[in-house]
Design a binder for this molecule. Structure first.
Ligand code: UT7
Length: 328
C-alpha cells in the first residue's frame, strides 16, 4: 500500500506591513471595526515590482529546501491563484522557468479561489497515486492587492498578499500523508464574490476601468453565511468518512478569512480554539495562499508532530469548498 505525503512546505509574505490604522487614514474605517468584525490587525502588501510568480517562487524555493529536493526533480507543477501575473500564459509556466523545473514537467494554473490549494492538493494526490508523475510542487500564490478596490472599505480591509507551497511525493507506506479529500462547488453563489470585468463577458474597456470593474466585489454577509455552512458540512463529512471524532484531530487549519467564521466552525464541530490555527490577524485573507501559509507556520513553530492528524478546511469564491485530512 502506497501513500502520497507532503515532503516539504514553504511560504513567503512580502515585507511591507499595512496596518488597520494606516488603512483608516485612506478609507472610512477604524482598527476597532476591522478587528472586531474580522479579527484582522494587519496584512502584507507586495512591492510594485513583485508579481504573483515572484511570491510563488520564494515559497516554492523554501518548500523544495524543506523537502531536500531540487526543482529538477519536479514533474508536476500546479499554481492555484486568482491574481495571476497576466491572463496568458499561466503563472505556473513563469514559475517553472524562474525555478528551473524541467521542460518535460506538466505545468498549469487552477482557478478555485480560496479553496485553490486544496483543489491543487487533490489533483496532485491523484496523479502521484496513479504513477503518472513522481514529484509534484503545488503553490497557492496571490497578489490580491492588485485586484483590490482600495476605495471600497467593505473589501479592502480584508485582503493581503502571500504565497505558500508544498512538495508531494509517493512513499511505500500505508496510512500516512494525505488520507482523503472532499471537495465541492456550488456555482449558484458565483455572484456573491467576483471580479466583473477583464474576461470574455466584459472585456477590458475604458468603461470597465471607469466602473472599477477589475476589482473584487463581494456580498460579505452572504459569503459569511455560506462559508459557515459549507465548511462545517465538509469538515464533519471528512471526519465521518474516516471514523474520526474532533478530539482525534490534533490541529485544524481553516481558510483564514474571518475569525468569526473560524470560531463558528470550531464551535459547531466542538473543537477548542487551541486546536485551531489562526494567523489572519497578521496576514488578512490571502485566498489560495492562506492554508499553505498557515500550514508552513504551524509546522515550523512545532504545532505539527509526527503521527498528528491535521484537518485543512477551505471555502472561497465559486462557491468552492473542501477539506483534506493529513497524517504526518
Ligand atoms: O475568502 C472568502 C472571502 N470573503 C469572506 O470571507 C467574507 C465573509 N464576510 C465577512 O467576513 C463579513 O461579512 C465582513 C467582515 C465583510 C463584514 O462584516 P459584517 O459584520 O457582515 O458587516 P456588514 O457587512 O453587515 O456591515 C455592517 C456595517 C454596515 O453599515 P450599516 O449598513 O449597518 O450602516 C457597513 O456599511 O458596517 C459597515 N462597514 C464598515 N464600517 C467600517 C462595512 N465595512 C466597513 C469598514 N469599516 N471597513
Amino acid at each position: 500500500m502506497a501513500s502520497v505525503i507532503i515532503a516539504g512546505v514553504g511560504s513567503y509574505a512580502p515585507a511591507r506591513v499595512l496596518t488597520n490604522r494606516e488603512l483608516a487614514m485612506t478609507v472610512d474605517t477604524s482598527d476597532e471595526w476591522i478587528f472586531s468584525r474580522s479579527g484582522i490587525r494587519e496584512r502584507r502588501i507586495a512591492a510594485d515590482d513583485e508579481a504573483c510568480s515572484d511570491l510563488a517562487l520564494k515559497a516554492a524555493t523554501t518548500a523544495l529546501a524543506d523537502a531536500k529536493m531540487s526543482a529538477a526533480e519536479i514533474d508536476l507543477l500546479i499554481v492555484a491563484t486568482t491574481s495571476p501575473d497576466q491572463p496568458l500564459p499561466s503563472t505556473a509556466c513563469i514559475v517553472q522557468h524562474k525555478l528551473g523545473v524541467p521542460a518535460h514537467a506538466t505545468c498549469f494554473d487552477i482557478a478555485a479561489a480560496c479553496s485553490g490549494f486544496l483543489y491543487a492538493l487533490e489533483i496532485a494526490y491523484g496523479q502521484l497515486l496513479t504513477n503518472r508523475y513522481k514529484r509534484a510542487l503545488i503553490i497557492g500564490a496571490e497578489k490580491l492587492s492588485s485586484v483590490t478596490d482600495w476605495n471600497d472599505r467593505t473589501t479592502c480591509v480584508l485582503f493581503g498578499d502571500a504565497a505558500g507551497a508544498a512538495v508531494l511525493t509517493k512513499v511505500a507506506q500505508p496510512d500516512i500523508g494525505i488520507l482523503g479529500s472532499d471537495l465541492g462547488a456550488d456555482g449558484k453563489f458565483a455572484d456573491n464574490l467576483y471580479i466583473p470585468a477583464g474576461g470574455s463577458r466584459r472585456p477590458t474597456s475604458t468603461k470597465s476601468v471607469a466602473e472599477r470593474g477589475h476589482f473584487i466585489r463581494m456580498n460579505g454577509r452572504e459569503v459569511f453565511k455560506s462559508a459557515v455552512r459549507v465548511m462545517e458540512t465538509v469538515a464533519r463529512e471528512m471526519m465521518e468518512q474516516h471514523h474520526l471524532t474532533p478530539d482525534q484531530i490534533s490541529l485544524m487549519i481553516p481558510h483564514q478569512a474571518n475569525i468569526r467564521i473560524i470560531e463558528s466552525l470550531a464551535s459547531s464541530l466542538n473543537m477548542p480554539m487551541e486546536k485551531v490555527y489562526v494567523n489572519l490577524d497578521r496576514y488578512g485573507n490571502t485566498s489560495s495562499a492562506s492554508i499553505p501559509l498557515a500550514l508552513d507556520e504551524a509546522r515550523r513553530s512545532g504545532r505539527i508532530k509526527p503521527g498528528d492528524l491535521t484537518l485543512l478546511v477551505a471555502f472561497g469564491a465559486g462557491l468552492t469548498y473542501g477539506a483534506t485530512l493529513i497524517r504526518w
